[in-house]
Design a protein around this ligand. Structure first.
Ligand code: NAP
Length: 247
């Protein structure tokens, strides 16, 4: 028996990195997974990995920054598999630049994927969540949304926005027993962070009390806890998973 037996989880950005780790861990805990990713190739690959673990999986290729596509995807998910117990809004991108040089396009790309994407998808499932009087929403924010970062005004705004969104929706959903929480990862080794310069990583490591970078599985552990029965009385919270960087 796993902690997520009989649950159906929708995970966005499931194709790689943190989202993939969450999808596979949830499957190991007994959940069936809808793997949402931008590319058909990656959503299919992870769905196949879920199936290989003995769980049901659906591959959904959709760009979460496209509201019409998200609404169509949500509608088809509500037909097959037919319900959603856990929604993980994890899809996210960066387009770093100093504010002086940041284009509106860079701003919009990040806000539309990281923040509006979570809004559109959560809204699309709201009626179903409220009707079934149960559910868990987990939004993957970032420590950057708590502390800011030079060169990431767009990303920090999207993640701070996601935290405000989390707390507001937590209040709206609470009367129906649905919890809404955020996880704020620190520096996690994925494709997103592999592009950063070594000197920058060396400097960053000095600021992490646990003296190592995190792994996608560390975030999957936190998400599994928030999705599971042990977190039934926790809502509107931000769980920071960052090796002690922000205290
Ligand atoms: P990643 O390795 O770059 O993977 C991002 C995933 O999101 C991919 O599966 C990608 O799809 C998907 N995605 C991106 N844009 C999308 C869109 N418009 N529509 C649908 N899917 C989209 O990133 P990661 O490091 O795992 O990060 C996952 C989340 O954690 C993000 O929200 C990120 O901001 C947050 N986070 C990461 C770190 C870190 O240190 N890595 C720290 C704090 C927060 P494809 O695979 O199909 O391309």
């Amino acid at each position: 028996m796993g902690s997520l037996d009989q649950q159906i989880a929708v995970v966005t950005g499931a194709g790689r990195g943190i989202g993939r780790a969450i999808a596979l861990r949830f499957a190991d805990e007994g959940a069936d997974i809808v793997c949402v990713s931008r590319t058909e190739e990656n959503s299919r690959k992870v769905a196949d990995e879920v199936t290989a673990r003995g769980r049901r999986a659906w591959a959904v290729a959709v760009d979460v920054s496209n509201p019409a596509a998200v609404n169509a995807a949500a509608e088809s998910i509500l037909k097959e598999p037919g319900r959603v117990d856990i929604l993980v809004n994890n899809a996210g991108v960066t387009r770093d630049n100093l504010l002086m040089r940041m284009s509106e396009e860079e701003w919009d790309a990040v806000i539309n994927t990281n923040l509006r994407g979570a809004f559109v998808l959560t809204k699309a499932f709201t009626r179903a969540f409220l009707k079934q009087r149960s559910g868990r929403v987990i939004n993957i924010a970032s420590v950057i949304g708590l502390m800011g970062n030079a060169g990431q005004a767009n990303y920090a705004a999207s993640k701070a926005g996601l935290i405000g969104f989390t707390k507001s929706v937590a209040r709206e959903f609470a009367p129906r027993g649905i919890t809404v929480n955020a996880i704020a990862p620190g520096f996690i080794e994925t494709d997103m962070t592999s592009v950063l310069k070594d000197e920058w990583k060396t400097e960053l490591l000095k600021k992490i009390p646990l003296n190592s970078f995190g792994q996608a599985e560390d975030i999957a552990s936190a998400a599994t806890f928030l999705a599971g029965p042990g977190a039934r009385y926790i809502t509107g919270q931000v769980l920071t998973v960052d090796g002690g960087m922000v205290m």
